[in-house]
Design a protein around this ligand. Structure first.
Ligand SMILES: Nc1nc2c(ncn2[C@@H]2O[C@H](COP(=O)(O)OP(=O)(O)OP(=O)(O)O)[C@@H](O)[C@H]2O)c(=O)[nH]1
Ligand SMILES: [Mg+2]
Length: 409
């Protein structure tokens, strides 16, 4: 049987017939039902003139040697060192993306890709192109996203100490904690995915945080993610990574994708702590020989008010995610199955009325004293706390209801 391997170089498809090693021949025209491309190697490139041609040749060589039909796409964002021209000359399909950024480049590259699988790899020779078939094999075996893990294969000088021992483990650990993934190196630039999962991933980040977004979205969509160790070599050319700015962008993205960690958890802790503090004051509990009075009560009240507000924002964030971003959130769905707008209005209404009643008691005592001096600070703080949280609950319930207006149940 004759093995067929095709590669697209400079818009022309080329093929090799088994037996004729190292010889690329142009596909005879007219092309008779050329097989679909299996792999698109997408390479983002910003001022990588030093390496880009070698990267393309390595990619083409690996595809060719392994009988994988594929294409090499280089996405440029206005390089000023002639990288796109060099890429074109080396036979890659060059995509020009006007919006700067690693994520923007990949989004444009994915749009142009025609392969069933997409392999992502940097243009700096840090990754081994020879690993491409391993990624393809994992996808063939059922994986939907395949991640490289550099952490055990970092060659001397390939990754700064800070990134290796602090930035990367911390950010990957945080991502695994929040999203319950088990990815050892969430920022690895060499990875592969099936092209048909792109609509599910619905990626939109423009910068380096694109790497995190892909893992987060894949885990939220319960995609089959696999990982294996790969080597990381020292970079050729200048790095485009800005460690602090990019670390912040990763962190920011992880938080905004998780209203639970950003709002619900800290908000609930604040409200709980505040309630405990207020109970301590009203119950005259003394701790370490100290009693607590009005100032402690004000602090407790502040925590309850702020905590309730933050939890409310978190619920709105989660509701928005479910109804407008198409996310699955079983906890919220269960909660919303049991609690309706009217329950929120009832709870908020009761709290507000309780606060107003306490206010009425204070006014009554004031009147009883002939409008004289008052010393009802503790009750006043409690009344204000109840009224504020009650009003928050009422209006947050309305907002949740507005966000869920378009649901179909
Ligand atoms: N098109 C495009 N490519 C970019 C942009 N920023 C980075 N890249 C490319 O994306 C890849 C990853 O960037 P790198 O600078 O290698 O960042 P890194 O891999 O996190 O860190 P180092 O390898 O240590 O520099 C490289 O191929 C860059 O040329 C961009 O704004 N536009
Ligand atoms: Mg790199």
């Amino acid at each position: 049987m004759r093995a067929w391997a095709g590669v697209v170089i400079a818009g022309q498809s080329w093929y090799v017939v088994g037996g004729e090693k190292n010889v690329l021949r142009p596909t005879p025209t007219p092309v008779l039902a050329a097989p679909a491309l299996r792999v698109s190697v997408v390479i983002p490139c910003l001022n990588e003139a030093e390496n880009i041609q070698q990267c393309i040749r390595l990619a083409q060589g690996v595809l060719y040697e392994n009988g994988i039909s594929g294409e090499v796409i280089v996405v440029d964002n206005g390089s000023e060192d002639g990288s796109p021209e060099l890429a074109q000359a080396a036979g890659a399909t060059v995509v020009h993306e006007p919006h700067r950024g690693y994520g923007s480049a990949y989004l444009a590259g994915f749009d142009a890709a025609r392969g069933a699988y997409i392999v992502m790899i940097d243009a700096d020779l840090t990754y081994d192109f020879a690993e491409i078939p391993r990624f393809v094999k994992e996808l063939d075996a059922g994986a939907q996203l395949v991640m490289g893990n550099r952490m055990k294969g970092i060659q001397p000088g390939a990754m700064p100490w800070m990134n290796r021992h602090i930035g990367n483990p911390l950010l990957s650990g945080f991502l695994n904690l929040i999203y319950r993934t088990n990815v050892g190196d969430a920022h690895c630039g060499m990875r592969a995915l099936r092209r048909d999962v792109l609509p599910v991933l619905d990626l939109c980040s423009t910068g380096m945080e694109f790497a995190s977004e892909m893992v987060i979205r894949a885990s939220k969509a319960n995609l089959e993610i696999r990982e294996f160790p790969i080597a990381l070599h020292p970079r050729g050319g200048k790095s485009k990574l800005s460690p602090f700015r990019d670390a912040w962008r990763h962190l920011r993205l992880m938080l905004v994708y998780s209203p639970n960690f950003l709002f619900v958890l800290p908000g609930a802790l604040m409200a709980l702590l505040g309630a405990l503090i207020m109970i301590t004051v009203f119950a005259h509990v003394s701790l370490f020989g100290h009693s607590f009075f009005i100032h402690t009560l004000v602090a407790g009240s502040m925590l309850v008010v702020v905590g309730t507000q933050v939890v409310g924002l978190g619920l709105c964030g989660r509701t928005y995610g479910v109804y407008h971003l198409g996310e699955r959130d079983r906890w919220l769905e269960r909660l919303q199955g049991r609690f309706r707008l009217e329950h929120g209005l009832l709870l908020g209404g009761v709290l507000t009325l309780a606060g107003l009643a306490m206010g009425g008691v204070i006014v009554g005592r004031w009147l009883a004293r002939g409008l004289g001096s008052l010393s009802e600070e503790r009750l006043a703080v409690l009344a204000a706390t109840a009224i504020i949280t009650g009003v928050q609950v009422v209006f947050t319930s309305f907002l949740l209801s507005i966000l869920g207006l378009r649901r179909r149940d």
